[in-house]
Write a protein that binds this ligand. Structure first.
Ligand SMILES: [Fe+2]
Length: 176
């Protein structure tokens, strides 16, 4: 379960407290059973396109429900670790710049962990996501993402358009 820590020092919030905080701030969070995926696929540092598709297939029923309920029409797999991602440091510089998107940013963490920092309803807070966490950063919410010291995450990304989304770095009035 995600762990929430507020910039003002409140927290960390675990379990039901974290769940309630995210719900109160309009951030969709679900806990998925990632043990349904082949352990080899979740642990190996790099995945071929075929292996990525196999990983996605493990969650076909859940992804179909998300598509039906929220209109997520496409998906892919993102793997970030020093072995799979030679330009990891460069990528992280961009991920760590605050930005927003015009659609939701949805991630199901299947291995590793990451840290989303969001500003909603006048509060800035970090959400540590670990395997089984599905989080949706709402459209137009200013946020950034970084890895933890383990520098490893594997996640399924869900998109509301076929082309995915672009990051908008310039601040503009955002929801929340
Ligand atoms: Fe983003």
């Amino acid at each position: 379960m995600a762990i929430v820590t507020l910039l003002d020092g409140t927290g960390p919030l675990h379990g039901d407290a974290a769940r309630a905080f995210l719900a109160d701030h309009g951030v969709l969070h679900e806990s998925w059973d990632v043990s349904r995926a082949d352990t080899e696929l979740t642990t190996k540092p790099t995945l071929t396109p075929e292996e990525q598709e196999e990983l996605v297939t493990s969650f076909a029923s859940g992804l179909a429900r998300m598509a039906k309920d929220y209109g997520y029409v496409s998906h892919d797999v993102i793997v970030l670790n020093p072995e799979a991602t030679p330009n990891l440091a460069e990528l992280l510089i961009n991920f760590q710049r605050e930005h927003h998107h015009l659609e939701d940013e949805v991630r199901l963490i299947v291995a590793g962990e990451g840290l989303f920092t969001l500003t909603r309803q006048g509060q800035t807070f970090s959400v540590l996501v670990t395997p089984g966490d599905l989080i949706s950063v709402p459209a137009r919410t200013r946020h950034f993402f970084t890895l933890t010291e383990s520098r490893n995450v594997k996640a399924i990304r869900l998109f509301q358009t076929q082309g995915g989304w672009n990051a908008i770095y310039d601040p503009e009035p955002a929801d929340g």
